[in-house]
Write a protein that binds this ligand. Structure first.
Ligand SMILES: [Zn+2]
Length: 346
């Protein structure tokens, strides 16, 4: 029985095309007129992009629709889908709260409103019929100024009941010029005890080893085993894992085909670096977590032993999983006659 933890999923990319398209039509949104047929909308959403920057434009489109008034709708639907279709029992949902605030407000008002966004998402993730452990990762963003990214870190620090960590997202072509800012923000996060991950080594533009010492996990990181394997030993020493999101690399043009990930698995296994399998944007890709897993198995990119290691690693590296063991240990307790070391009962 696979119960999954999802550690890398964006709110902007988590809503499947049909839910998004229905929402646009029900509300008479201007975008609905551009896409009267679902099929053309789905093709537009899921087609591969030329590069990471162009791919991220899709998020801008979704973010414009995800406002304080509509977040409850989108988050409740995506939690339902994760629970029913993906056996996800632990979900870290990431987003940049500033992009969900009202654009007509002043910057200071928008900074204040970010806390309301985080609160609404938190309450919307709490679904009685679809109970999963739910927390948020707040993404600092390469397009945002230092002041706003610092305010995002402040929220992560002050609202641990809603937020389990911070991330760095946005076009990685903008990273180099602001690397000093990012290092100081992540250093501050570590000093405050806030968990950290960052989109790094996804493409060659994101190759910044100077930020690595401040990360608990690495968002993607595939360029390390592919092109810079000498860095793997320091990842192993720090206990960092790679959040690998296979379909993304096809949609952004980073990889030509998934078999290139074989090297990622081989190198990481040799170096003792954990991999956790994630979807990044399960909705925009129209590829849910079980299908990401199945794709890798069918193409012999990993085997079932490696899959079990990835699934166990997902819970071990989760920022807010409240137990010492992955849920498979609890599940065994339900099998009559089974004893599990460290747990009461049979
Ligand atoms: Zn991502």
């Amino acid at each position: 029985m696979s119960l999954n933890a999802e550690l890398h999923r964006h709110l902007g990319g988590a809503v499947v095309p049909r839910i998004f398209w229905r929402y646009l039509h029900r509300t008479g949104h201007p975008l609905a007129a551009e896409y009267p047929e679902f099929e053309t909308f789905e093709q537009f959403i899921t087609r591969p992009r030329a590069n990471l920057t162009e791919y991220l434009e899709l998020h801008t489109l979704v973010e414009r629709v995800q406002t304080l008034d509509t977040l409850e709708y989108f988050v409740s639907k995506l939690v339902r889908g994760a629970y029913v279709f993906e056996s996800i029992c632990y979900l870290e949902l990431r987003h940049t709260p500033f992009f969900r605030t009202s654009s007509e407000l002043s910057t200071q008002e928008r900074i204040r409103q970010m806390r309301d966004v985080v609160r609404v998402i938190n309450s919307s993730g709490d679904q009685t019929e679809y109970p999963l452990v739910f927390s948020q990762i707040l993404c600092m963003h390469s397009r945002l100024p230092y002041e706003i990214n610092l305010a995002i870190l402040d929220i992560a620090t002050e609202m641990p009941e809603c937020v389990c960590g911070v991330d760095l997202a946005g076009p990685d072509t903008l990273y180099a010029e602001k690397m000093g800012e990012f290092i100081s923000l992540f250093k501050l996060a570590k000093d405050r005890g806030v968990k950290t991950t960052g989109h790094l080594f996804e493409t060659d533009d994101g190759n910044h080893p100077e930020l690595l010492p401040y990360l608990d996990r690495i968002g993607h990181g595939i360029q390390i085993p592919l092109k810079l394997p000498h860095l793997l030993s320091q990842l192993a020493d720090r206990g960092q894992c790679l959040e690998v999101c296979p379909t993304t690399y096809l949609k952004t043009g980073t990889l030509k085909d998934l078999t290139q990930l074989r090297t990622v698995f081989e190198q990481c296994s040799k170096a003792g670096v954990d991999i956790v399998l994630c979807t990044d944007n399960a909705g925009l890709h129209d590829v849910r977590l079980p299908f990401e897993i199945e794709n890798l198995l069918i193409q012999d990119i990993m085997d079932f032993k490696q899959l079990r290691a990835c699934q166990e690693a997902s819970f071990n590296h989760a920022f807010a999983w409240p137990h010492d063991s992955p849920p498979q240990q609890f599940w065994r307790l339900l099998i009559p006659g089974t004893k599990v070391e460290g747990f009461l009962g049979t």
